[in-house]
Design a protein. Structure first.
Length: 284
């Protein structure tokens, strides 16, 4: 099959399931991963012959896309903060708003000189937060915690892939009484989507991303925030900061909870104008 025909068939099969620009993006990603050729190569050589084995790979990916499987899981990787990350169905796919949270932390750290910078990422998943901070602050001692062994295995691969050293900890944070040491930065993107919000979620998230990393019960949606804030109250060094990615619908509730735990909070909006981030420090 010719490359141009492969592209035409791909678009035809997915028409109506996804917007045309997204289908084009899918095809380009698969082309780069499966064929090792770029969009420029496609433009220069649309008559390129594609082998039956290569066509089979595209057909398999096509069926997965028709079942709403995220393209990042299909190709097994994504990019976060300009770095490559392996991803699989045991970890969330990193989001742009999480990059904004990391950017906030980096801006704050660049303003201050910490002699022995220590960072803890709670609920690390793919390790995207911990790895990005370790890469940009090589002098820091970075720890990353998760309840899931499979998630930690993925995060370890990403640390190795990006050439950073991280102390990984398998731990259910809800069962933790206190942190093993004190930190300058504690950061977390914990589960925060309420069950009642599921109808707003797209199929690719509902059916494929790990529910344990996403959802909380409607009656106690801040369960992870409460626990982590308690740990941070005692576990932050002087001038240390706690950072959260938060549920935009529970911004004021999260801010109030943090205030009640003797920390002073600040909310920040994402690029879409929603309150999606919170920073807190000791209210002394």
């Amino acid at each position: 099959m010719l490359l141009k025909h492969l592209k035409t068939n791909f678009h035809s099969e997915l028409k109506g399931e996804y917007p045309p620009e997204e289908i084009n993006s899918f095809f380009n990603l698969l082309m780069e991963n499966y064929l090792k050729i770029s969009r420029l190569d496609l433009a220069l050589d649309p008559e390129k012959e594609i082998s039956p084995a290569e066509v089979k790979n595209f057909d398999k990916a096509l069926q997965q896309l028709l079942h709403q499987k995220p393209i990042q899981y299909i190709i097994g990787e994504t990019e976060f903060f300009g770095l490559p990350f392996k991803v699989n169905p045991h970890v969330l796919i990193p989001r742009p708003e999480t990059e904004e949270l990391v950017q906030w932390v980096m801006e704050d750290l660049q303003k201050n000189e910490f002699k022995d910078l220590t960072i803890l990422d709670i609920g690390t998943g793919s390790g995207c937060i911990a790895v990005s901070l370790a890469k940009n602050f090589p002098q820091a001692r970075v720890s990353a915690m998760d309840i899931s062994e499979e998630a930690l295995n993925c995060a370890k691969l990403n640390a190795e892939r990006n050439g950073v050293k991280i102390n990984f900890i398998q731990q259910d944070v809800l069962k933790l009484d206190k942190l093993a040491e004190m930190f300058d930065v504690i950061i977390s993107n914990p589960p925060y989507v309420r069950e009642l919000e599921k109808p707003e979620m797209s199929r690719n998230v509902l059916e494929h991303e790990p529910s344990m990393a996403l959802y909380v019960k409607d009656e106690d949606p801040l369960i992870f925030y409460k626990k982590i804030t308690k740990l941070a109250e005692a576990g932050l060094k002087k001038n240390g900061n706690l950072y959260f990615e938060i549920n935009q619908y529970l911004a004021e509730e999260t801010k109030g909870m943090v205030t009640n735990n003797n920390l002073k909070p600040e909310l920040r909006k994402d690029i879409f104008g929603n309150y999606r981030m919170l920073r807190a420090w000791a209210n002394k």
